[in-house]
Design a protein around this ligand. Structure first.
Ligand SMILES: [Zn+2]
Length: 153
């Protein structure tokens, strides 16, 4: 293996992406070649520094898009009518109408004139029950985790 070969594989070596045999050949070269070893050290330090760089802030356009999505969700919640159709409920729950269609069986709904409708008050109660269920589930799993060693002993 030449110095050029070894240096061409630095990034794969640093990411542990080389096959065992190939990695061993490059490492053996590094043990025998002080210059490549020093270069690999420098490469690793730089790669680490690049990785630690903070992610760039979102662009102005992306920021505005995120803001407008958030605003429309807040708006949907504030303006949600007492009785909602699928599209309005999807906006209220901040999911897509397609996602809602999949879960629609689990929601309190009524049918009128062949159309599915949702009462905001019923949906809010349903959300409250789901929150409570989730909180209890979390508490129960904490309790189980705490009791498990006692039961085992
Ligand atoms: Zn070398």
């Amino acid at each position: 293996m030449t110095c050029g070969d070894a240096r061409g594989l630095f990034s794969e070596l640093a990411e542990s992406e080389l096959a065992d045999a190939e990695g061993a050949v490059v490492r053996r070269h590094l043990e025998q070649c002080a210059e490549c070893a020093a270069q690999f050290e420098a490469f690793r330090r730089m790669a680490g520094a690049i990785e630690r760089l903070p992610d760039p802030a979102p662009s102005e356009g992306a920021r505005l898009r995120i803001q407008s999505v958030l605003l429309s969700q807040v708006e949907a919640r504030r303006a949600a009518p007492e009785v909602m159709d699928v599209k309005e409920l999807a906006a209220y729950l901040a999911i897509t109408p397609e996602e809602l269609e999949e879960e629609v069986e689990n929601l309190p709904a009524f049918e009128f004139a062949g159309r599915l409708r949702f009462r905001k008050a019923a949906i809010d109660r349903w959300i409250g029950a789901r929150e409570e269920e989730r909180r209890r589930g979390i508490e129960l799993s904490r309790l189980r985790a705490w009791r498990a060693p006692l039961l085992a002993g």
